[in-house]
Design a binder for this molecule. Structure first.
Ligand SMILES: [Zn+2]
Length: 260
């Protein structure tokens, strides 16, 4: 069992997931009444930022994310350089959603928001490790955090204002993610992430080739297996991804009315 499982904090708390699921169900109950895609995205943005920020005690607040929907390959993605959650616009463009689609959309947003929480914790970890006792301004510390992590400058500044507390469990948890993404695991992490993209591209190419009569079903199958391996065996096992997927599964159960 890993540290983030033994000590749940923030979005990983069951009570938090339940509150989020209730909010998501309210948004979905009004879905058909929103004027358009932008109105739906705005409702989802308000919902997730209330969980990350406005409804939290100040010590645990995560800076709010911008949320946009556009045609992307993945269901969603979070960028720590822009502090933005991007949603695939295929679901938010629909006037009606099945329960399965609701679960998919709700869990994607929660997954990406968990990344925002993780990255803010990592930034606060850097704030703790890089802070010097004297003469260093908040802006200087923010600059160092930004340089080391590429996290958006104003977010780095917010982290510089509240370093993690030495000796707290959060330090151990943030260290695990930091080691995976920026530290000892960095080369492997980048390799695994690249393999997901390249095997997916190869799969798309194999399908196109088959459709144009240039490729075989066997080649498509092999490409699908390679992509599936890259995704399931390696990508989902990265510590920061395993953590985000764990919350995702609980959200799906909640939307379906099952126990969280
Ligand atoms: Zn992820």
């Amino acid at each position: 069992m890993t540290l983030p499982v033994m000590f749940r904090f923030g979005l990983a708390r069951k009570s938090e997931i339940r509150t989020y699921v209730r909010g998501a169900k309210t948004v979905f109950s009004r879905w058909a009444r929103y004027a358009n895609k932008n109105a739906r995205v705005a409702a989802l943005r308000t919902l997730i930022n209330s969980r990350l920020n406005t409804s939290r005690p100040s010590a645990e607040k995560v800076p709010p994310c911008t949320v946009v929907a556009r045609p992307i390959a993945a269901d969603g993605q979070f960028s720590y350089t822009t502090w933005q959650i991007e949603l695939n616009d295929s679901l938010v463009s629909r006037q009606r959603l099945t329960q399965k689609q609701q679960a998919s959309l709700a869990n994607t947003i929660y997954h990406e928001a968990r990344h925002a929480e993780q990255w803010f914790m990592m930034a606060r970890y850097y704030a703790l490790r890089k802070k010097k006792r004297q003469g260093q301004t908040i802006d200087q510390l923010a600059g160092i955090i930004h340089q080391e992590t590429s996290i958006k400058r104003d977010i780095a500044k917010k982290a510089a204002e509240k370093p993690l507390v030495e000796g707290s469990v959060e330090v151990g948890i943030a260290y695990g993610w930091k080691a995976s993404f920026y530290g000892t695991g960095k080369a492997k992490n980048r390799r695994v992430r690249k393999a997901v993209d390249s095997t997916y591209a190869a799969y798309v190419r194999a399908k196109q080739a088959k459709a144009q009569g240039r490729g075989t079903q066997q080649a498509v199958r092999q490409a699908a297996i390679a992509y599936n391996n890259a995704w399931n065996k390696y990508y989902q096992e990265l510590p920061e991804e395993a953590d985000a997927y764990r919350q995702e599964r609980a959200v799906v159960r909640g939307i379906k009315g099952q126990r969280i």
